[in-house]
Design a binder for this molecule. Sequence first.
Ligand SMILES: Cc1cc2nc3c(=O)[nH]c(=O)nc-3n(C[C@H](O)[C@H](O)[C@H](O)COP(=O)(O)O)c2cc1C
Length: 168
Amino acid sequence: MKSIAIIYGSSTDNTREAAELIADKLADYSPKLIDVSDATVEDFESADVLLLGTSTWSVGELQDDWDVFSSKIKNLKLQGKTIALFGVGDSAGYPDTFVDAIGILYDDFAQTGAQFVGEVSTDGYTFDDSQSVRDGKFVGLALDADNESDLTESRIDAWVNDLKQYLD
Ligand SMILES: Cc1cc2nc3c(=O)[nH]c(=O)nc-3n(C[C@H](O)[C@H](O)[C@H](O)COP(=O)(O)O)c2cc1C
């Protein structure tokens, strides 16, 4: 069984709550749940699988605590590890930058040599543009606590079930 770290950045608790729900769903794997404002390089480098969550702020930017951590990303030794991304945004208020920060983390962590999994179809979402969409899919799980909180749990369930193939 792989070791999992769920590392998140959250300004008004929505991404934290999503991270906690993901941790509950993966309780059998005893994941470590870490706020990125407390995270160390060791937290990233000691896990086999990293589930990384961020909200999007300031119109298409990373959540603040991730922004502070981001200068360390390029030096992380993550070759051979698996990363899955998740993020929370507001598709009605920010339809042109919906969950952009997932795409920013994707680009930042692409330099580390880790393998990304957990892409999600854009079917069922309403937005105009997103940096997190590559080749027609979200590069991670997109959530919208402002407008579609009723869909959060089912979206997490589907994503976690898809991820389980990478966890044994
Ligand atoms: C000033 C401001 C800017 C925002 N910019 C974006 C944005 O560009 N794209 C997006 O999808 N959501 C945007 N949001 C919505 C937040 O990402 C959303 O409310 C999210 O749930 C916050 O999660 P957190 O509590 O984990 O930080 C913005 C919200 C505010 C208040």
